[in-house]
Design a protein around this ligand. Sequence first.
Ligand code: ADP
Ligand code: GLC
Length: 467
Amino acid sequence: MVASEATPFAKTGGLADVVGSLPAALQHFGHDVAVVIPRYPSIDWGKTRSAFDNMTVWLGRRPFTVSIRTLVENGVPFYFVEHNELFDRDGLYAQNGRDFGDNHIRFAVLPLAALGVHQTLFPAEILHIHDWQAAMTPVYLHEQQHSNPAFYGVKTVLTIHNLGYQGRFGKNVLPDIGLNWGWFKPDRLEYYDDVNFLKGGIMMSDAITTVSPTYAHEIQTPEGGFGLDGVLRSRSRDVSGILNGVDYNEWSPEKDRYTAAKFSVDDLDGKRECKRDLLAEFGLPQDDLDRPLVGIVSRFADQKGFDLVSAMAHEFFQRDVQLVVLGSGEWRYEKLFNDWHAWLPHKVGVYIGYNNRLAHKIEAGADIFLMPSRYEPCGLNQMYSLRYGTVPIVRATGGLNDTIDEETGFKFGWYSAAALIDVFEQALEAYKDREGWLKRMRAGMQRDFSWDASAREYSHLYQRLGG
Ligand code: ADP
Ligand code: GLC
């Protein structure tokens, strides 16, 4: 697998959870899997050892010398591509909200180094690549290795975790990334007179998957296709949707190492203590533990539906509810929640930033989890919520549509504040019926989204491609 992030080494979102846990699940099906990611400063150099020193990859005539460090995590070998000038930076893709100016170089070197790992350290039958940062792997495979026997029969699978991020650059980068103008064609990398890395991956991979069945359909429509729907339709026969799984070793109320108390579907007592602890953590009054507590954990991006949440202000302020929010990203949403907190400090608790421990505490301690995404390829937090008996309110899109139903949560379809407010009121009404609510919590806790089923589907896909 080739990707730009993986837990526990580097994470900005769900991609990392998937790349961190899918490989081990695949090994249960007898596959030998290794992962290639960049060596960011968050990865403790001392814990790794050298696997290959001074490997030179070529972007055209420009050499880049990388070293490959390695360690085994959870039975899976990780290969870290070390190039300090490119990857030893704060931030994975950006700093202070601005993308690095050389991301086209960084995420050309990563796929090239991955091909080097294949050739020197870990010969693979399948190169499974994730998102635009790894999407150029099959492009360079064709460009540089087409007559190299080490690569005969190697198949590529591209998994799209989010079509909203494509790696689009001005066409003048083409010589810098070592490609000739023959690649600048509509059936290759060219996209509205720019270079589009994800498009290259879509055109050149043997199979394309995305992270839920509904999203696999949505990305082939103009509404969900981010301008690549036509390209994806042209490869429709090779596109499929495989739902992400959950790593229940990390996300289970029975053994969560971050929460104040443990609980399970048979013994929910501990959840109350988690709620009390969560309120305390956010400095909110703990006078009435029966009052509904709503939680949000999210990247603050348009994708996540915060314009709808902002339109709920009146509703929130009127009702006897409390809200805890954890997230960071776009400034206007940080401001929105900071304002809410300033106005109603006893009702709204806010933590701006990234904090895994708090994410666990919110999943465990809240009553309701709010995730009204505009679009959501899969979404993991709603599945985590289910496991912790925290009832999700979601919009019926992508993976949210595939994982939440009437028995376990609340869904609305039309992307509008009115529809969200409507379903929010339904949820608050339902919350008053304690027995009914417990039933809903238990139904969610018993849903099984472990990796097994998904890993089996990937396994079938690999076998089909391997012939
Ligand atoms: P996306 O990948 O689009 O951000 P997902 O729901 O697939 O959405 O995954 C988000 C992951 O990132 C989850 O594991 C979630 O707990 C985590 N996460 C998001 N924001 C934060 C934050 N501010 N602090 C801690 N964890 C976060
Ligand atoms: C992306 C998507 C999210 C998905 C995650 C992992 O970040 O936004 O919906 O769960 O990737 O596949």
